[in-house]
Design a protein around this ligand. Structure first.
Ligand code: SF4
Length: 333
């Protein structure tokens, strides 16, 4: 389904030959929105500084903006002075991090996305039933570290089909799989198929671990990629779902696709001979950065964007209960 969002009344011959397609949905998901608002409200309520363990969401502009308002981002909790307030990022933390926070008497606000928390619960349940758990995801990603930390003795990481031959389990009939929330849907299906070939009794998670936002953004970019000479994905390099969008666009038929943090990173050479440019953004990307890319294209003779809708989203998550409680006590709700 497509919607015009303001075509210019008269197009030059050059403009008439070109098109800009804008994927919808794109940008902020419910988990990112909640995490960013959590830090903003914590700053408002408790005053600066508010410490945040890891990047609250994987976007350098969001992090820089919150830093300018008084948030201090740290890698580990030993960088947070005792007794201070620390927010855990949307990607989630392991029980060990909660234990460290308690040990240092830190006031914690957990902004873990509820859809990541759901995967943690699945990991605990499978581990409680003594399954070997194959966690499909990327080594070193914070979400994977947090989920694996729920049951380290039961969980092993599988990064793709190439890892499947090397999996060692205690009982091939008691194997379950889970995944990171921001993977490529198609690649994950391939990995699961390879695992199932080795372990036919493989147990599936009760519902999709790849979240609705990741799935919808991939669906949206697929819909426009095949008609695109160039797909520009706005998102940071450490944003898993943004990086996946470039891969999905290329697999879906885009002639070229690049990820940029903002318009300043667009290389003019990418536009040579390009008629149709598509634009999308990862789940941690503020819309103003997309507007910057559209303005960049407009200045180079591309017409107004035409939005192509492939799914509607209306999910909103409540703020973390510990923050809601303090906001209520302060009469701020
Ligand atoms: S991308 Fe998905 S799992 Fe991650 S914060 Fe957004 S909704 Fe939650």
């Amino acid at each position: 389904m497509s919607t015009d969002i303001g075509m210019p009344p008269v197009l030059s011959p050059e403009e008439a030959d070109k098109a800009v397609l804008l994927a919808a949905p794109r940008g902020y998901c419910a988990g990112v929105d909640r995490a960013v608002i959590t830090v903003e409200k914590a700053l408002d309520l408790y005053g600066a500084p508010v410490y945040v363990r890891k990047q609250i969401v994987h976007n350098k502009h969001v992090v820089a903006d919150l830093e300018s308002r008084g948030a201090i981002f740290v890698e580990e909790l030993d960088e947070v002075p005792e007794g201070q307030t620390v927010v855990f990022s949307a990607h989630g933390v392991s029980p060990e991090v909660h234990r460290q926070a308690e040990e240092r008497s830190l006031k914690t606000i957990d902004a873990t996305c509820p859809l990541v928390t759901k995967v943690h619960h699945e990991a605990k349940r499978f581990a409680g039933e003594d399954y070997d758990i194959l966690l499909i995801g990327h080594a070193g990603h914070e979400e994977v570290e947090g989920t694996a930390g729920e049951a380290p003795e039961h969980i092993q990481l599988v990064q793709g089909p190439a890892d499947v031959a090397g999996i060692v389990v205690r009982d091939p009939q008691r194997v379950a799989w889970l995944s990171q929330t921001t993977l490529s849907v198609d690649e994950t299906l391939e990995t699961v198929a390879a695992i199932r070939e080795r372990f036919p009794d493989l147990l599936d998670p009760p519902s999709d671990d790849i979240c609705y936002a990741t799935q919808n953004r991939q669906l949206a970019v697929k819909e426009i990629a095949q008609d695109s000479d160039l797909v520009i994905v706005v998102g940071s390099g450490n944003s898993s779902n943004s990086v996946r969008l470039v891969e999905v666009a290329l697999e879906a038929g885009a002639r070229s696709s690049y990820r940029v943090d903002d318009a300043s990173e667009i290389d003019e050479a990418w536009l040579e001979g390009v008629r149709t440019v598509s634009v999308t953004s990862g789940a941690s990307v503020p819309e103003e950065l997309v507007r910057g890319v559209l303005a960049f294209l407009s200045e180079r003779g591309y017409p107004d964007a035409r939005a192509v809708h492939s799914a509607e989203e209306s999910l909103i998550f409540a703020l973390p209960p510990e923050l809601r409680r303090d906001l209520k006590a302060a009469g701020r709700v």
